[in-house]
Design a protein around this ligand. Structure first.
Ligand code: ZN
Length: 162
């Protein structure tokens, strides 16, 4: 698949166009460190809109399943992505109070906006900081098995049992 770009995001939003497709996981370079496997792809749909205040924006929907590394046991875990975010298009120099929770998500207007980069950014924002299995399926199981021992202490204990 060739690189998909939105040549003119403003025009794209105003005419409410949409673009849809799949991105193979190996192409999402910033995600590689977090993935246990790069098999598969994510499906995206980007739709232009103009909101009730006449501000143009892009709605970005992403779906798929990622194999992340569990930060507790370092085993693979399935993580279902379901992103649906609306981003307002703003001029690069437009001042935004990003500490204000009321501020909508924004992206700077740029020509030839890369869809893959946009999708990647949204995935990075959506992922948990330290993904891990549910307690009952994680082989790390610190709470249940070791009574909250420090990982190294737990390891030492395993060695003594051997
Ligand atoms: Zn785990």
């Amino acid at each position: 698949m060739s690189e998909q770009v939105v040549p003119d995001p403003l025009e794209f939003a105003r005419s409410q166009k949409s673009i849809e497709g799949d991105i193979a996981l190996p192409r999402l370079e910033q995600l590689q460190d977090m993935l246990a496997s790069t098999d598969g792809a994510v499906h995206f749909k980007v739709t232009g809109f103009v909101n009730e205040s006449a501000a143009p924006g892009l709605r970005c929907e992403v779906q798929g399943t990622l194999k992340l590394l569990c930060q507790r046991c370092l085993g693979p875990m399935d993580y279902r992505l379901k992103i649906d975010s609306s981003l307002l298009l703003v001029k690069e120099d437009q001042a935004l109070d990003i500490d204000d929770p009321e501020t909508p998500d924004c992206i700077p207007i740029q020509r030839d906006l890369s869809v893959a980069a946009l999708v990647e950014e949204e995935i990075l924002l959506a992922l948990p900081m330290a993904p891990h299995h549910a307690d009952d399926v994680c082989s790390g199981r610190p709470a249940a098995d070791t009574g909250k021992l420090h990982p190294f202490a737990a390891l030492a204990r395993l060695k003594t049992i051997k």
